[in-house]
Ligand binder design. Structure first.
Ligand code: SF4
Length: 376
């Protein structure tokens, strides 16, 4: 049987947070650690944890109070659909429960410009910037190390951070979390857990404190890991979804995605496929951070395609869904080489373009159903 993350495994309050991101933020605010919101997966979460700060991912989560088009006063109409939704939702429900927002500059044009705009829209909110270099060499690593040092000074001045950090312990905890996510990913690949449930676990991984995440999801893993594969009679093509910073997990709950066995998403595989050296050295940490898999905003064709190829063969994938966010240039840029590559290895693919509000969900379902039928 397929497992689902229902009330047998999670408390009612956690299940409630699946649909109520802003309520979750409100609850997290009650924690001792200041909440630091972030946008991209190139965020030094271990460093924040070592300073007793809690990293919380900012989602383009809809709420009943969202005001469509509220963003128009602040950002250009051709900004990506994700950023528009961030403002449409945030302007109403707000991100005021976050103690600070960390902007990663050196990313796409949309995010690059939003730091100043954010201060105008949310004037009372503390913000800071970190430039993550796009190159991977010793000069870039040194630059990043300096950026980390500035970040440490900034947070020490703003919050009650410990003067001596235990970075090694924080890295160990996050390595343990990534290792656990890899194990869950294996359950998906072997048919013991639906990807839609795994996406929920990834969501909690992005908002809960790492200690809480491990405490809740290690026992859940142990209860799911029975070694039994799905006994479903349904024969489905094995799909992999590839893309950028997609964050609406409801998309993966549609029946047309039941064959999803793996992903290549910014906050999916690319956010848990690595292990950092367990050391207190900021230099070692910077080098390891800069060597991680590149994002579409830092395009490195060779490394990216090599990783995709590995995912396809590891999970015995029949077809790839290329998921792109409306008006996201980095997603669009990487489509061309990825398509060429998939053509060259004869792996069928389908490009689905959508926005976080899934306004074209009916069309997506029809196209996905036709694609999976072709693969059978
Ligand atoms: S990478 Fe794409 S989706 Fe993300 S902020 Fe930039 S343009 Fe928007």
């Amino acid at each position: 049987m397929w497992f689902d993350l229902n009330s047998n495994f999670l408390s009612q309050s956690l299940l409630y947070y699946l649909d109520n991101y802003y309520e979750a933020l409100r609850e997290l605010k009650a924690y001792e650690s200041p909440l630091i919101g972030y946008f991209t997966n190139k965020t030094p979460v271990e460093l924040l944890d070592a300073m007793n700060l809690q990293p919380v991912r900012i989602f383009a989560f809809r709420s009943s109070k969202s005001q469509q088009g509220a963003y128009e006063r602040y950002i250009q109409t051709f900004a990506c659909s994700w950023l528009r939704d961030i403002l449409d939702n945030g302007l109403v429900d707000g991100y005021s429960d976050l103690n600070c927002v960390l902007f990663s500059t050196g990313t796409c044009d949309s995010l690059q410009n939003v730091s100043d705009i954010w201060q105008k829209v949310f004037p009372s909110q503390l913000t800071c910037n970190l430039t993550f270099p796009i190159r991977n060499d010793s000069a870039a690593s040194k630059y990043l190390e300096n950026g980390f040092k500035q970040l440490i000074s900034f947070f020490q001045a703003q919050f009650d951070c410990p003067t001596s950090m235990d970075l090694k312990t924080s890295i160990q905890k996050f390595n343990q979390k990534r290792d656990l996510l890899n194990k869950y990913a294996l359950l998906v690949s072997t048919g013991q857990l639906r990807y839609s449930s795994f996406a929920k676990i990834l969501y909690f991984g992005d908002i809960l404190h790492v200690d809480d995440f491990l405490q809740i999801f290690i026992p859940v893993f142990e209860s799911l890991n029975t070694g039994n594969q799905s006994s479903s009679e349904e024969k489905l093509p094995r799909l992999l979804v590839s893309g950028g910073m997609w964050d609406n997990l409801n998309l993966f709950g549609i029946p047309e995605f039941n064959g999803l066995v793996a992903d290549d998403l910014s906050f999916g595989y690319r956010n848990f496929c690595y292990t950092l050296p367990e050391s207190d050295s900021l230099e070692t940490y910077s080098k390891a951070q800069i060597s991680r898999l590149p994002e579409p905003t830092v395009y490195d064709e060779g490394q990216r395609l090599k990783s995709l190829s590995k995912q396809i063969s590891t999970h015995n994938v029949d077809g790839v869904v290329l998921l792109t966010m409306k008006f996201c240039d980095p997603d669009a840029f990487e489509l061309v080489p990825i398509r060429k590559y998939l053509d060259s290895i004869d792996v069928p693919y389908l490009n689905l373009e959508t926005s976080p509000d899934l306004s074209n969900i009916g069309q997506l379902q029809t196209r996905l159903a036709a694609f999976t039928e072709l693969l059978l």
